[in-house]
Design a protein around this ligand. Sequence first.
Ligand SMILES: O=C(O)CCC(=O)C(=O)O
Ligand SMILES: [Fe+2]
Length: 306
Amino acid sequence: MYRVRCTWCRRLSRQEHGVISRRTTNVDRDYSDGRRARRRDPRCRLARSIDDETFAAIERAYYDHAVIFFRDQHITPPQQVAFTRRFGEIEFNIFGERWSVPGSPEIVVVSNVTEDGRPIGVRRAGENWHSDMCYASRPPRGTMLYALEIPKLFGLALGDTEFASTAAAWDALPERMRQHLDGRRAVFDFAGRKRAFPPTQAEIDRYPPVTHPIARTHLVTRRKCVYVMRDDCTGIEGMEGREAETLIAALADHIVKPAFVYRHQWRVGDLLMWDNCTVQHRAIQDYDLPQRRLMHRTTMGGTVPL
Ligand SMILES: O=C(O)CCC(=O)C(=O)O
Ligand SMILES: [Fe+2]
């Protein structure tokens, strides 16, 4: 049992974290103030089936913290798919159609590795701040990444992933700005983001622009989150272009202020999952071949943002 104040949820938590530490003792949590709380129990493995009580504790930690991770996992693609399915239906990603794991179409390979001169996965995925598939009418509830290879430079791990709490960003907005945003909808366009592998016109046509509320409410926690991204948002309904651009840029900058950001330094065997409403993320591209990075990614189906 231990006490820790989570700067994201701003609660001094004892009971809940204690329950997590006894039941799912391989759950690690890091906090944006640099403190870390962790309990380990080598018996806890995601590769095994997880009983309902343990799963409920994991899900509670996920809602409380929005980013949780499990160290030292050894899971096969089917086991990752099975764990993802515990959270509901699986969302298929368009890039998985080109880069999935053989036999597991639900898993997208995220990697800079090439074999016989051909990329084995999506390269430079998510290098700018974003929330996954925000251009879809039902963006995925969450995403999981399982680390198989992590680039290193003389022992220093590279290729971190950063997470910014959009809920903490909302809480920190002045009341006047909150009122200005309430009820407004931003336009999200699949073609807005620059990608290392640009989508084809046929793929773009599958995702016509959609609108989502800027002040998005989390379905379960009911927390308000700022749902705006610099590249994917091309406008705000009912607002003139220049004004919308200025507002989108100001909000995108606000969300990623250092106080709201947690940076994950990966270890091989980490399985990390995040909530796509409560956080945005970006992958740090500070490595290159021959340094190899290989991740397996699954996404959980979502609902229409409210
Ligand atoms: O590779 C990473 O660290 C994150 C990539 C990304 O944005 C994603 O998988 O959704
Ligand atoms: Fe992403």
